[in-house]
Design a protein. Structure first.
Length: 324
Protein backbone atom coordinates (compact mmCIF):
# COMPACT_ATOMS: atom_id res chain seq x y z
CA UNK A 1 0.00 0.00 0.00
CA UNK A 2 1.00 3.47 0.27
CA UNK A 3 4.41 3.47 1.75
CA UNK A 4 5.99 6.13 -0.38
CA UNK A 5 4.72 9.40 0.43
CA UNK A 6 7.81 10.81 -1.03
CA UNK A 7 5.95 13.26 -3.06
CA UNK A 8 7.45 15.49 -0.51
CA UNK A 9 10.87 15.21 -2.10
CA UNK A 10 9.79 16.67 -5.37
CA UNK A 11 7.98 19.52 -3.67
CA UNK A 12 11.18 20.28 -1.83
CA UNK A 13 13.11 20.39 -5.07
CA UNK A 14 10.63 22.90 -6.45
CA UNK A 15 10.52 25.06 -3.36
CA UNK A 16 14.29 25.25 -2.86
CA UNK A 17 15.30 25.62 -6.49
CA UNK A 18 15.26 29.41 -6.54
CA UNK A 19 17.33 30.10 -3.41
CA UNK A 20 19.91 27.52 -4.44
CA UNK A 21 20.37 29.28 -7.75
CA UNK A 22 21.92 32.13 -5.82
CA UNK A 23 24.69 29.77 -4.74
CA UNK A 24 25.30 28.66 -8.31
CA UNK A 25 24.61 25.05 -7.32
CA UNK A 26 21.25 24.30 -8.91
CA UNK A 27 22.30 23.07 -12.32
CA UNK A 28 24.87 20.61 -11.07
CA UNK A 29 22.67 19.22 -8.31
CA UNK A 30 19.54 18.97 -10.40
CA UNK A 31 21.71 17.23 -12.94
CA UNK A 32 21.96 14.34 -10.50
CA UNK A 33 18.30 13.61 -11.12
CA UNK A 34 17.43 10.91 -13.61
CA UNK A 35 16.13 12.26 -16.90
CA UNK A 36 13.14 10.58 -18.50
CA UNK A 37 12.73 10.40 -22.27
CA UNK A 38 8.99 10.98 -22.13
CA UNK A 39 7.67 14.27 -23.44
CA UNK A 40 4.16 14.82 -22.12
CA UNK A 41 3.33 17.14 -25.00
CA UNK A 42 3.71 14.25 -27.45
CA UNK A 43 1.28 11.93 -25.70
CA UNK A 44 -1.83 10.93 -27.60
CA UNK A 45 -4.88 12.37 -25.89
CA UNK A 46 -8.59 12.88 -26.00
CA UNK A 47 -10.18 16.21 -25.16
CA UNK A 48 -8.20 17.40 -22.15
CA UNK A 49 -8.76 20.39 -19.95
CA UNK A 50 -5.94 22.91 -19.60
CA UNK A 51 -5.64 26.60 -18.84
CA UNK A 52 -2.85 29.13 -19.24
CA UNK A 53 -1.23 29.84 -15.88
CA UNK A 54 -2.22 26.48 -14.37
CA UNK A 55 0.26 23.61 -14.50
CA UNK A 56 -0.31 20.02 -13.37
CA UNK A 57 2.62 17.91 -12.23
CA UNK A 58 2.05 14.20 -11.67
CA UNK A 59 3.94 13.01 -8.60
CA UNK A 60 4.39 9.25 -8.49
CA UNK A 61 5.62 7.33 -5.46
CA UNK A 62 7.22 3.99 -6.27
CA UNK A 63 6.60 1.05 -3.95
CA UNK A 64 10.11 -0.31 -4.63
CA UNK A 65 12.13 -1.14 -1.52
CA UNK A 66 15.87 -0.52 -1.56
CA UNK A 67 17.39 -3.01 -4.02
CA UNK A 68 14.16 -3.73 -5.93
CA UNK A 69 14.34 -3.68 -9.73
CA UNK A 70 10.60 -3.45 -10.45
CA UNK A 71 7.72 -1.58 -8.87
CA UNK A 72 4.26 -0.07 -9.13
CA UNK A 73 3.13 3.44 -8.34
CA UNK A 74 1.60 3.04 -4.94
CA UNK A 75 0.96 6.73 -4.54
CA UNK A 76 -0.20 9.24 -7.14
CA UNK A 77 -0.83 12.95 -6.72
CA UNK A 78 -1.47 15.83 -9.06
CA UNK A 79 0.40 18.89 -7.83
CA UNK A 80 -1.26 21.94 -9.37
CA UNK A 81 0.62 25.23 -9.45
CA UNK A 82 -2.16 27.75 -10.04
CA UNK A 83 -0.84 31.23 -10.78
CA UNK A 84 -4.30 32.48 -11.75
CA UNK A 85 -5.96 31.88 -8.38
CA UNK A 86 -2.64 31.89 -6.49
CA UNK A 87 -3.07 28.42 -5.01
CA UNK A 88 -1.09 25.23 -4.64
CA UNK A 89 -3.45 22.26 -5.01
CA UNK A 90 -2.76 18.65 -4.11
CA UNK A 91 -5.10 16.03 -5.55
CA UNK A 92 -4.69 12.41 -4.45
CA UNK A 93 -5.68 9.77 -7.01
CA UNK A 94 -6.74 6.54 -5.31
CA UNK A 95 -4.57 3.64 -6.45
CA UNK A 96 -7.58 1.31 -6.70
CA UNK A 97 -9.55 3.61 -9.02
CA UNK A 98 -11.23 1.54 -11.76
CA UNK A 99 -10.05 2.91 -15.10
CA UNK A 100 -9.66 1.94 -18.75
CA UNK A 101 -5.92 1.50 -19.33
CA UNK A 102 -5.13 2.06 -23.04
CA UNK A 103 -4.22 -1.23 -24.67
CA UNK A 104 -4.92 -3.27 -21.54
CA UNK A 105 -8.60 -2.80 -20.73
CA UNK A 106 -10.11 -2.06 -17.34
CA UNK A 107 -8.02 -2.42 -14.21
CA UNK A 108 -6.77 -0.49 -11.19
CA UNK A 109 -5.04 2.81 -11.84
CA UNK A 110 -1.91 1.63 -10.05
CA UNK A 111 -1.45 -1.12 -12.66
CA UNK A 112 -0.92 1.39 -15.47
CA UNK A 113 2.63 2.11 -14.37
CA UNK A 114 3.44 -1.59 -14.09
CA UNK A 115 2.14 -2.12 -17.65
CA UNK A 116 3.85 0.82 -19.32
CA UNK A 117 5.74 3.06 -16.89
CA UNK A 118 5.19 6.84 -16.82
CA UNK A 119 4.00 7.05 -20.43
CA UNK A 120 1.04 4.73 -19.95
CA UNK A 121 0.12 6.08 -16.52
CA UNK A 122 -0.06 9.63 -17.87
CA UNK A 123 -2.11 8.51 -20.86
CA UNK A 124 -4.46 6.65 -18.53
CA UNK A 125 -4.99 9.69 -16.30
CA UNK A 126 -5.47 12.05 -19.21
CA UNK A 127 -7.89 9.82 -21.10
CA UNK A 128 -9.99 8.78 -18.09
CA UNK A 129 -10.12 12.11 -16.26
CA UNK A 130 -9.60 14.61 -19.10
CA UNK A 131 -6.87 16.40 -17.15
CA UNK A 132 -3.80 17.61 -19.01
CA UNK A 133 -0.56 16.58 -17.29
CA UNK A 134 2.27 19.01 -18.00
CA UNK A 135 5.17 17.34 -16.18
CA UNK A 136 5.94 14.48 -13.82
CA UNK A 137 8.36 13.16 -11.22
CA UNK A 138 8.90 9.63 -9.89
CA UNK A 139 10.20 9.27 -6.35
CA UNK A 140 11.24 6.23 -4.31
CA UNK A 141 11.44 5.15 -0.66
CA UNK A 142 14.94 6.32 0.13
CA UNK A 143 14.17 9.87 -0.96
CA UNK A 144 11.45 10.24 1.64
CA UNK A 145 13.70 9.30 4.55
CA UNK A 146 16.66 11.31 3.23
CA UNK A 147 14.71 14.53 2.81
CA UNK A 148 12.91 14.39 6.14
CA UNK A 149 16.24 13.81 7.88
CA UNK A 150 17.84 16.67 5.94
CA UNK A 151 15.08 18.89 7.34
CA UNK A 152 15.72 17.57 10.86
CA UNK A 153 12.23 16.08 10.89
CA UNK A 154 8.67 17.20 10.24
CA UNK A 155 5.90 18.12 12.64
CA UNK A 156 2.90 15.77 12.58
CA UNK A 157 -0.07 15.16 14.87
CA UNK A 158 -0.08 11.48 15.89
CA UNK A 159 -3.42 10.26 17.24
CA UNK A 160 -4.15 7.42 19.64
CA UNK A 161 -5.69 5.55 16.74
CA UNK A 162 -2.45 5.76 14.75
CA UNK A 163 0.41 5.22 17.17
CA UNK A 164 0.33 1.42 17.39
CA UNK A 165 0.41 0.79 13.65
CA UNK A 166 2.99 3.54 13.19
CA UNK A 167 5.30 1.76 15.63
CA UNK A 168 4.65 -1.56 13.89
CA UNK A 169 6.35 -0.26 10.73
CA UNK A 170 9.30 1.46 12.41
CA UNK A 171 11.68 -1.57 12.61
CA UNK A 172 11.41 -2.03 8.85
CA UNK A 173 11.74 1.63 7.88
CA UNK A 174 14.62 2.05 10.35
CA UNK A 175 16.56 -0.59 8.43
CA UNK A 176 15.85 1.22 5.14
CA UNK A 177 17.38 4.45 6.45
CA UNK A 178 20.91 5.08 5.19
CA UNK A 179 21.41 8.03 7.53
CA UNK A 180 24.68 7.43 9.35
CA UNK A 181 23.49 9.61 12.21
CA UNK A 182 20.15 7.87 12.75
CA UNK A 183 21.24 6.47 16.11
CA UNK A 184 19.30 3.77 17.92
CA UNK A 185 15.80 2.91 16.74
CA UNK A 186 13.14 4.96 18.50
CA UNK A 187 9.45 4.16 18.70
CA UNK A 188 6.84 6.87 19.17
CA UNK A 189 5.87 6.99 22.83
CA UNK A 190 3.32 9.78 22.97
CA UNK A 191 0.38 11.03 20.94
CA UNK A 192 -0.07 14.62 19.82
CA UNK A 193 1.87 17.07 17.70
CA UNK A 194 5.56 16.20 17.55
CA UNK A 195 8.67 16.04 15.36
CA UNK A 196 9.19 12.77 13.47
CA UNK A 197 12.44 11.84 11.76
CA UNK A 198 12.70 10.24 8.31
CA UNK A 199 12.02 6.61 9.13
CA UNK A 200 9.32 7.55 11.65
CA UNK A 201 7.56 9.79 9.14
CA UNK A 202 7.67 7.03 6.52
CA UNK A 203 6.06 4.68 9.04
CA UNK A 204 3.36 7.29 9.64
CA UNK A 205 2.79 7.49 5.89
CA UNK A 206 2.30 3.73 5.68
CA UNK A 207 -0.54 3.55 8.23
CA UNK A 208 -3.64 2.12 6.62
CA UNK A 209 -5.41 -0.70 8.42
CA UNK A 210 -6.68 1.36 11.34
CA UNK A 211 -8.96 3.33 8.99
CA UNK A 212 -8.72 3.09 5.18
CA UNK A 213 -6.68 3.88 2.09
CA UNK A 214 -8.36 7.27 2.12
CA UNK A 215 -7.20 8.00 5.64
CA UNK A 216 -3.72 7.07 4.48
CA UNK A 217 -3.98 9.43 1.51
CA UNK A 218 -5.01 12.22 3.87
CA UNK A 219 -1.95 11.55 6.05
CA UNK A 220 0.14 11.69 2.92
CA UNK A 221 -1.17 15.15 2.09
CA UNK A 222 -0.57 16.27 5.68
CA UNK A 223 3.07 15.27 5.29
CA UNK A 224 3.38 17.28 2.08
CA UNK A 225 1.95 20.36 3.77
CA UNK A 226 4.17 19.90 6.80
CA UNK A 227 7.24 19.61 4.59
CA UNK A 228 6.51 22.88 2.82
CA UNK A 229 5.92 24.62 6.15
CA UNK A 230 9.22 23.25 7.49
CA UNK A 231 10.99 24.63 4.43
CA UNK A 232 9.64 28.08 5.21
CA UNK A 233 11.50 28.01 8.55
CA UNK A 234 14.68 26.36 7.25
CA UNK A 235 17.80 28.57 6.86
CA UNK A 236 18.55 29.12 3.18
CA UNK A 237 22.17 28.09 3.70
CA UNK A 238 20.88 24.58 4.36
CA UNK A 239 18.97 24.35 1.06
CA UNK A 240 21.90 23.00 -1.00
CA UNK A 241 22.32 20.06 1.37
CA UNK A 242 18.62 19.24 1.21
CA UNK A 243 18.65 19.29 -2.57
CA UNK A 244 21.77 17.14 -2.64
CA UNK A 245 19.94 14.55 -0.54
CA UNK A 246 16.89 14.59 -2.84
CA UNK A 247 18.35 14.72 -6.34
CA UNK A 248 19.63 11.12 -6.73
CA UNK A 249 16.21 9.67 -5.97
CA UNK A 250 14.07 11.68 -8.39
CA UNK A 251 13.28 10.77 -12.01
CA UNK A 252 11.61 13.52 -14.02
CA UNK A 253 11.01 14.86 -17.52
CA UNK A 254 11.63 18.43 -16.40
CA UNK A 255 14.68 20.50 -17.18
CA UNK A 256 16.47 22.63 -14.61
CA UNK A 257 14.81 25.86 -15.73
CA UNK A 258 11.36 24.25 -15.58
CA UNK A 259 11.91 23.36 -11.94
CA UNK A 260 13.27 26.79 -11.16
CA UNK A 261 10.16 28.39 -12.63
CA UNK A 262 7.90 26.12 -10.57
CA UNK A 263 10.01 26.89 -7.51
CA UNK A 264 9.58 30.61 -8.04
CA UNK A 265 5.81 30.22 -8.42
CA UNK A 266 5.48 28.08 -5.29
CA UNK A 267 7.56 30.50 -3.25
CA UNK A 268 5.39 33.38 -4.38
CA UNK A 269 2.15 31.56 -3.64
CA UNK A 270 3.35 30.35 -0.25
CA UNK A 271 2.44 27.38 1.99
CA UNK A 272 -0.58 29.16 3.47
CA UNK A 273 -2.41 28.93 0.16
CA UNK A 274 -2.71 25.17 -0.21
CA UNK A 275 -5.85 23.19 -0.99
CA UNK A 276 -6.45 19.46 -1.22
CA UNK A 277 -8.82 16.98 -2.84
CA UNK A 278 -9.27 13.22 -3.11
CA UNK A 279 -10.48 11.57 -6.30
CA UNK A 280 -12.70 9.61 -6.68
CA UNK A 281 -14.97 11.47 -4.26
CA UNK A 282 -15.31 8.68 -1.72
CA UNK A 283 -17.15 10.87 0.78
CA UNK A 284 -20.25 10.76 -1.43
CA UNK A 285 -21.83 7.39 -2.40
CA UNK A 286 -23.61 9.31 -5.13
CA UNK A 287 -20.37 9.73 -7.05
CA UNK A 288 -18.28 6.65 -6.20
CA UNK A 289 -18.60 3.03 -5.12
CA UNK A 290 -15.90 0.91 -3.49
CA UNK A 291 -15.99 -2.87 -3.28
CA UNK A 292 -15.31 -6.20 -4.96
CA UNK A 293 -16.17 -5.97 -8.65
CA UNK A 294 -16.11 -9.10 -10.80
CA UNK A 295 -12.61 -10.50 -11.27
CA UNK A 296 -10.97 -7.12 -10.70
CA UNK A 297 -10.84 -7.41 -6.93
CA UNK A 298 -11.51 -4.41 -4.68
CA UNK A 299 -11.83 -1.29 -6.83
CA UNK A 300 -13.34 2.18 -6.67
CA UNK A 301 -15.74 2.99 -9.47
CA UNK A 302 -16.67 6.61 -10.09
CA UNK A 303 -19.53 8.31 -11.89
CA UNK A 304 -18.52 10.18 -15.04
CA UNK A 305 -20.24 13.35 -13.84
CA UNK A 306 -17.85 13.52 -10.88
CA UNK A 307 -14.96 14.24 -13.26
CA UNK A 308 -16.32 17.76 -13.62
CA UNK A 309 -15.77 18.32 -9.88
CA UNK A 310 -12.12 17.37 -10.38
CA UNK A 311 -11.77 19.78 -13.29
CA UNK A 312 -13.53 22.56 -11.38
CA UNK A 313 -11.14 22.13 -8.45
CA UNK A 314 -8.00 22.16 -10.56
CA UNK A 315 -8.88 24.77 -13.17
CA UNK A 316 -11.66 26.92 -11.70
CA UNK A 317 -10.66 26.88 -8.01
CA UNK A 318 -14.08 25.51 -7.02
CA UNK A 319 -13.98 23.03 -4.14
CA UNK A 320 -16.45 20.13 -4.03
CA UNK A 321 -19.45 20.87 -1.83
CA UNK A 322 -21.28 17.70 -0.83
CA UNK A 323 -24.33 19.69 0.29
CA UNK A 324 -25.06 20.85 -3.24
Amino acid sequence: MSKLKKIVVFLLVLVIGLPIAAFGLTSSMLGDMHDSNIETSSLDSLSHSNKEGINNILIMGSDARPGDTSARTDSMMILTVDKIHKDIKITSLARDTFVDIPGHGYSKLTHAYAFGKEDLLIKTIEQNFGIDINDFALINFESFIAIIDALDGVTLDVTANEINELNKFIPETYNWSTNKDKGEMKLIENTGEQKLNGYQALSYARIRHNDSAFGRDNRQRMIVMSIIKEMKNTPKLKYPFILKAAAPYVSTNMKTMDMLKYGIDILRIGPDNMKQMEFPIVSSPKYSTGGIYGNYGWVIRFEDESIQFLKDFIFNDIEFDESK
